[in-house]
Ligand binder design. Structure first.
Ligand code: AMP
Length: 305
């Protein structure tokens, strides 16, 4: 049983107050996949150019990630460059070169289609929908989106998330999607759009999980030093869905406990926090499941009262 992940595999240029890196492995699907790989088998669907390095491929396969769905075509890999503010809560995109990503039309290998878990990373809603349609027998489907799709592709996005079990977005996106400032009101409006579970990510302030009859709140993990927040939201998503897949959860059949969802949000926060400790995906070179579980226990200790 595996988790299928669709999204960008990229090269990123990142500047933070701690330094800058001109080009390193990035992309939403990369971060989601690496984070989820600590919990479950991962199958990646993405596109890269002929410049995609063997060492980057090796990092992914080294974590057991199946790359049969990673298409390599003539041209250059998607490139994104961003700079962070002094407090690292704001990010400005300096460059987005779509390159081969502009023609991404995901086709799932046969062996991917009957897998039970699907995480749709931030790509055009129509493409997310087409991937969903290629799967049969999924137990749990959800994903991410961003302001651009909410603003300019609203109808497509609404048709897409209508078929999802869960949606993971940040607070600004939740407000934009719902048209409501109050997050409780925003959550209610978004749950009326289709997903039965909504996670609102709030960066260093943690995350909120909403279902129709309940909500759960988790604070952010207090890091000594945040080196590079790039990919933290994606790693949150990877930890969240990875843990639910590991537990064999099935939202549709009601085979899910509130406790599992709460723990999934904690594992999401744990994975997001590790991601920020080093530039790019570097933290995943050494991170172990034991490190992850130790931080999970810390969360339990500092939220208990
Ligand atoms: P996050 O910090 O969680 O928002 O994720 C950052 C990652 O998203 C970076 O590694 C980028 O390569 C990737 N990214 C940035 N812009 C886009 C975009 N328009 N579509 C897909 N992926 C993107």
């Amino acid at each position: 049983m595996s988790l299928v992940i669709v999204g960008s595999v990229a090269y990123d240029g990142v500047e933070t107050p701690h330094g800058s890196v001109a080009r390193m492995l990035g992309g939403a699907a990369t971060y989601i996949g690496l984070a989820a790989s600590y919990f479950t088998n991962v199958k990646l669907v993405a596109i890269v150019g002929e410049d995609f390095a063997q060492e980057d491929r090796d990092l992914l396969t080294g974590r057991g990630i199946d790359l049969e769905g990673l298409e390599q075509v003539h041209g250059k890999t998607f490139f994104w460059k961003g700079v962070y503010s002094e407090d690292m809560n704001d990010r400005t995109t300096l460059q987005t070169d779509l390159n081969v990503f502009a023609d991404f039309n995901p086709k799932l290998p046969e062996s991917y289609r009957s897998q039970p878990y699907l995480l749709l990373g931030n790509i055009q809603p129509e493409l997310q929908r087409s991937v969903r349609a290629q799967m049969n027998g999924t137990r749990l489907v959800g994903g991410d989106t961003m302001n651009y799709w909410i603003r300019d592709y609203r109808d497509e996005l609404l048709a897409t998330i209508k078929e999802w079990d869960f949606l993971l977005i940040n607070d600004a996106e939740a407000r934009m999607l719902s048209g409501k400032y109050n997050l409780k009101h925003a959550a209610k409006a978004i749950l009326d759009m289709g997903p039965n579970t909504l996670v609102i990510k709030r960066g260093e302030y943690g995350a909120l999980l909403f279902r129709r009859d309940s909500h759960f709140m988790v604070p952010g993990y207090l890091l000594e030093e945040v080196f590079d927040p790039t990919g933290a939201g994606d790693c949150f998503a990877g930890g969240f869905i990875g843990y639910l897949a590991e537990r064999g959860c099935d939202l549709k059949q009601g085979h899910i406990e509130k406790r599992d969802l709460s723990r999934a949000v904690i594992y999401g926060s744990v994975m997001g926090s590790f991601c920020c400790e080093m530039f790019g995906v570097n933290r995943f070179q050494t991170l172990t499941r034991a490190d992850i579980d130790a931080r999970f226990r810390e969360f339990r200790e500092f939220t208990e009262f």
